[in-house]
Design a protein around this ligand. Structure first.
Ligand code: SF4
Ligand code: SF4
Length: 135
């Protein structure tokens, strides 16, 4: 029995398909949706934890890929280095879950870890490399 935390990205045409339902039913895995978000252009992102037999999880990942779902191993943590950050806000427009926002009063970056789905999209958006991933 193993556990894997994965970030799933659903393109627009798959968002409404019962892919997750089939994943649970056909692969006999314990399944925990930690966070989920659908963007305005209908792309879906989901942070999940799968628990079960390793081979079944590997098969489930293949099933997801075959259904056009991009699967990536979730980072353990996202870290914003406040000593480097210049509060430019560039990362806030990339972050679909609004884990990264600029405080309306102070114009300083706020990072709400509870909203972060570990998708890592923000990392390349930072001009000073203040966002780092802890694997
Ligand atoms: S990894 Fe970055 S872009 Fe993705 S949800 Fe977390 S803070 Fe937002
Ligand atoms: S893009 Fe980088 S420097 Fe700009 S607010 Fe985000 S973390 Fe800070």
């Amino acid at each position: 029995m193993i556990k894997r935390k994965l970030v799933l990205s659903f393109p627009e045409k798959t968002v409404t398909k019962p892919i997750i339902y089939k994943l649970v039913k056909e692969f006999d895995l314990e399944f925990n949706i930690l966070r989920a978000e659908i963007t305005p252009d209908m792309e879906g992102k989901m942070l999940i934890e799968l628990k079960g037999d390793k081979q079944r999880i590997d098969n489930a990942v293949i099933y997801l890929s075959e259904n056009n779902v991009t699967v990536q191993e979730a980072a353990k943590d996202i870290i914003v280095d406040r000593d480097i950050c210049i509060d430019c806000g560039a990362c806030t427009s990339i972050c679909i879950t609004r884990a990264l926002t600029l405080d309306k009063k102070t114009f300083k970056l706020d990072f709400d870890k509870d909203r972060c789905i570990l998708c890592e999209l923000c990392i390349d958006s930072c001009p000073v490399s203040a966002i780092k991933v802890n694997m």
